[in-house]
Design a protein. Structure first.
Lengths: 552, 452
């Protein structure tokens, strides 16, 4: 048992939790962030990374204003991990033109502040020139631009910046009890999954940023929280099959999208109410076909693309019931549980990736008030690590003899931090070796990440460096990266083999549901490596079955 | 492997033999180890019906007996279909045994010369530090004495900048296993060597190292680099990744052993591997030496059927289409890697002749969704059933349709296009390919002679 006196304990290391931890730390509060798994391992880790201007929520102008303003803030603090993507919304039916017009007017009002052009209506020829895969029967197309952020890096940078400013960040620590005395929170008890020990920390306040588990966390303090859980699936294609994002109407009239994302393309998303444990969910056949059928009208050749995997996440929506998911506000609520006799506990419902900083500001203001101190939010002004300056990829590629492509990918993840990684290459010239060839990822980045970004598993490394996210889904890099992880963390041989099994399991979770086409040959190869030759299917290890395996 | 074995035996039987191949075969991507049978497809069934059989199988013959008892329609079982009921097992064992001898003879003295035999399964060490049951392995990849003496000291030697092998992790995984089982060696160390074939100490691939070591005199530096570690640790054995050369590996191994005064052997690498490449090369030469013609870069695309015979096969290359009119055809197009099978969300398809694929349970597979034939666990002793899909055949290895009738009297098939076995799980890949390739090749040869 360890005892520490914190001003605030933040529970949950997603986009909101890490933003709260950063805000609290920057305001000088003694902060502890507890995450039961890894940073960005659940809801935010299954999103498309769009920091939307709120285009889907034109009926809620105050939300659109907030989203738009947050985009400006994020571009100020994290430009290095943000990309701007053009988006086409092709129109196949005349009746859709008027909706498009309303959207164009709302969007264009706020365009200048975000440094994007107002919405344009394109002739079919112009749209087809930008994206030749479009159905040539389109009658018009909207053109606009949206920003996309690397959601993993955003969360990690927020956590690292919190740490830099004095917060204690603990991953793999699952809260198992919240002690309330005299109607006020007193401490949290948590199970440390790395050490296997039960620890506790005393605190004045707790912010519950548990996302789809927030109601369960609230219950540990005897508080109640209603959430509307809604699951969404993405289908991931092996490359950037489209030049630009495409947004269109799904089979049921909802909007869905196809976004080029890093080296892949994301097709998403579904929206279905769910009561399942989010840890056990995988995409269903119906969700996959819903997405493919929906996009097929506008990209007729979509089924020729190679599907490499799916991912499934759960949105913790504001609990508005008896309306379709699309009519639930995309705003958020900060809930002070004091009204029900649990003082010091604050929870969130709702929210979006783009508003995570805003949510943190609101909650931290409330905490500040509870702590009885005056404080000022600076999270929209102070840059996140790596934003210090621009990076000249061409000249460092020459200097360090590393491919421009690898370096540009590295820069897109890390901004100026790239120089710290290249410093490692100076000392160890063999660390230029490409470990994940799909992405690509060099050994130096993996070693740097292990030393500075507290990953415990290969899957944690995937979130930090995009290991194993390409077409081969880690077939060829799993064992190579496992050896590096084992070396840096001084793991036993058993742990090295279990790390390989764990990552294969995690990749398979997403590969399996859409299984078709070339991915069958890919899996035959993967089985050839790890089962046929490695014999990892037959030898006994201390592998723990995963939640989705236990129900599957 | 199946095609090369079938083609070679047909050519050796005096037939004019043509082999069509798109590019590298799956054999070239393999580890090069010839597995006969290591594990049963359903471990629980084995425990129930044959409780005395040890798993992994101690000998190929134990394994074949178990497989034939529990899974008579396994490709190994089909080999024995023509025999009398009480002689099925013995006839299969005799055929597999003979296949092994046949292959060892053909590859003797080649860059893929083999060691091992039908009398036992052996357990070579992989680059992960695990061991796997196999039957034959290239001579460069085996040490008979490693596990014999408790005082043996083994060094795993890796190369800096060669990500395909990490000596430290392998050492730890292997050593822990040795300590758990109590088997020697108990003293295991590792070292990292600085050899950069192209002057750069990074992004060094196995094939580059192997090409480099094919050059005369390349062992001098390597021996010197290993020597100090051998002396320091008092090593009796040195294990290195399988990169000792493409053509010169055996000679290089001998030279290293002479220089170092200890035993040196290569590990089993994950695909794609240099030994797999050596094996394909050596097999290609065997086929050509037997008089066969190899047409690489040509993909068989379709066939013209007349009555119950294939009249001709159409093959496509990037620049031309060729039509070949053979007396018999052997389809050894492989599974998903080889391209013999394809699947989408609605079913599985045989790609060349549009034959009827079946599941591993021998039900038609044209309308099965692949995901329903997979396991929720990525790696488990149950494997993934979809990898057991393929073609159903008659006793002569002729593909059959839903009524059990062969598609063509002169069409045979062999290797991983066959249904009802999962080679990754069973550790039976090249063994089934070899045995069924020889069987199908002989059947085709017999028929071709009858026709003429």
């Amino acid at each position: 048992m360890s005892e520490s006196d914190f001003d605030v304990v933040v529970i949950g290391g997603g986009s909101t939790g890490t933003a709260v931890a950063r805000d609290c730390a920057l305001r000088g509060f003694k902060t502890l962030l507890l995450e039961r798994d890894d940073i960005a391992s659940a809801t935010v880790g299954t999103c498309a990374g769009m920091i939307s201007s709120g285009l889907k929520y034109m009926d809620e102008p105050e939300i659109v204003d907030m989203c738009s303003e947050e985009v400006v803030h994020l571009n100020r603090i994290a430009r290095h991990i943000i990309m701007k993507n053009p988006i086409l919304t092709p129109i196949l039916e005349l009746s859709d033109l008027s909706t498009g017009g309303n959207f164009a007017a709302e969007y264009s009002k706020r365009a200048e502040s975000r440094d994007v052009p107002p919405v344009m209506f394109l002739e079919p020829e112009a749209a087809l020139e930008i994206e030749p895969l479009l159905n040539p029967d389109l009658i018009s197309s909207l053109y606009f631009e949206e920003y996309f952020i690397d959601p993993f890096r955003l969360c990690l940078l927020q956590a690292l910046d919190a740490q830099e400013n004095g917060a204690v960040v603990k991953t793999y620590c699952e809260v198992i009890d919240i002690v309330v005395r005299d109607s006020t929170v007193e401490s949290v008890t948590f199970y440390n999954r790395v050490t296997g020990e039960i620890e506790s920390a005393t605190t004045k306040t707790i912010i519950n940023a548990g996302g789809p588990w927030a109601h369960k966390i609230a219950a540990q303090a005897g508080a109640t929280l209603d959430l509307r859980l809604n699951k969404g699936a993405h289908v991931i294609l092996d490359r950037r099959v489209v030049n630009v994002g495409v947004i269109t109407k799904a089979v049921d009239g909802r909007m869905i999208y196809l976004f080029p994302h890093e080296n892949t393309t994301l097709l998403g998303t579904t929206a279905l109410d769910t009561w399942e444990d989010p840890d056990t969910l995988v995409a269903t056949h119906d969700e996959i076909e819903y997405l493919l059928k929906s996009i097929e009208w506008i990209i007729p050749s979509i089924r020729e693309a190679r599907i490499i995997r799916t991912m499934e996440g759960v949105r913790p929506l504001v609990p508005t019931w008896k309306v379709p998911e699309g009519e639930v506000t995309r705003g958020y609520e900060v809930i002070d549980h004091e009204s029900e006799g649990v003082s010091g506990l604050v929870s969130f419902t709702g929210g979006k990736l783009v508003t995570c900083r805003h949510m943190a500001e609101a909650a931290t203001d409330l905490i500040s008030q509870k702590l009885g101190v005056e404080s000022k939010c600076t999270t929209h002004e102070l840059p996140l690590p790596g934003m210090e300056s621009d990076v000249d990829v061409l000249s460092i590629a020459k200097e360090y003899d590393i491919s421009q492509h690898a370096l540009e990918r590295l820069r897109a993840r890390r901004g100026t931090q790239i120089m710290e990684i290249l410093d490692l290459v100076k000392e160890h010239s063999n660390w230029r070796t490409t470990i994940c060839t799909c992405e690509p990822v060099i050994e130096a980045e993996i070693r740097y990440s292990i030393r500075n970004e507290f990953p415990q598993t290969l899957n944690d490394l995937r979130r930090r460096v995009r290991l194993g996210t390409g077409p081969c889904q880690g077939t060829f890099c799993t064992y190579k990266a496992a050896a590096i992880l084992a070396d840096e963390l001084d793991l036993t041989g058993e742990d090295y083999l279990v790390d390989i099994l764990d990552f294969r399991a995690e990749r398979w979770k997403g590969i399996r549901p859409p299984m078709r086409g070339p991915q069958l040959a890919q899996e035959e190869v993967a089985q050839g490596l790890y089962a046929c030759v490695g014999n990892l299917d037959q030898i006994e290890t201390e592998y723990d079955p995963k939640p989705w395996e236990e129900v599957g | 492997m199946a095609g090369l074995a079938a083609g070679t035996i047909a050519a050796e039987n005096g037939l004019e033999t043509l082999m069509l191949r798109t590019g590298q075969s799956a054999t070239a991507y393999s580890s090069g180890a010839i597995d006969i049978i290591g594990y049963p497809p359903e471990g629980l069934a084995l425990k129930e019906y044959l409780p005395d059989t040890e798993v992994p199988f101690k000998t190929p013959s134990d394994g074949l007996r178990a497989i034939l008892t529990l899974f008579p329609f396994h490709p190994y079982g089909i080999i024995g279909f023509g025999a009398d009921d009480d002689k099925v097992v013995e006839s299969v064992i005799a055929h597999v045994k003979e296949s092994i001898s046949w292959l060892k003879e053909r590859l003797a003295g080649s860059c893929a010369a083999l060691i091992g035999g039908f009398e036992r399964n052996i357990y070579p060490i992989t680059v992960l530090g695990t061991t796997k049951p196999t039957c034959l392995i290239q001579e460069t990849m085996w040490s008979e004495t490693l596990n014999a003496n408790p005082d043996n000291v083994l060094i795993f030697a890796g190369f800096r900048g060669h990500a395909e092998f990490n000596a430290l992790s392998t050492t730890r995984a292997y050593l822990e296993n040795q300590l758990r089982t109590g088997k020697p060696p108990h003293k295991v160390g590792h070292c990292v060597l600085e050899i950069s074939p192209f002057g750069k100490p990074y992004n060094i691939s196995s094939i580059e190292l192997a090409r480099h070591f094919d050059h005369d005199g390349s062992m001098v530096d390597l021996a010197a680099a290993i020597k100090k570690h051998v002396d320091q640790l008092g090593a009796t054995h040195v294990a290195i990744p399988p990169v000792l050369g493409i053509e010169q590996a055996l000679q290089n191994k001998a030279e290293l052993q002479k220089e170092l005064g200890v035993e040196v052997f290569e590990l089993v690498a994950l695909p794609p591997s240099v030994p797999g490449f050596r094996l394909q090369r050596a097999m290609d030469r065997t086929f050509k030496n037997a008089g066969g013609t190899l047409l690489i870069g040509h993909q068989a695309r379709s066939a013209i059927f007349k009555n119950d015979m294939i009249e001709s096969v159409v093959a496509q290359s990037p620049r031309r289409e060729v039509t070949i009119s053979p007396k018999t055809v052997i389809l050894a197009s492989g599974k998903f890697i080889g391209g013999g099978l394809e699947a989408d969300e609605n079913g599985i398809r045989e790609t060349v002749l549009d034959l009827m694929p079946v599941t591993t349970n021998l039900h038609p597979a044209e309308e099965v969704r692949p995901v329903y034939h997979t396991n929720v666990f990525s790696l488990s002793p149950d494997g993934h059933a979809v990898l057991g899909a393929g073609l159903a055949v008659d006793m002569d290895f002729r593909p059959i349709d839903a009524d059990g009738v062969e598609r063509a009297k002169n069409l045979f098939c062999a290797g991983s296009i066959l249904a009802k076995y999962n080679y990754s799980l069973e550790k039976s890949g090249l063994g089934v390919a070899l045995s069924t390739g020889l069987a199908a090749g002989r059947n085709a040869a017999r028929m071709a002679k009858e026709v003429s």
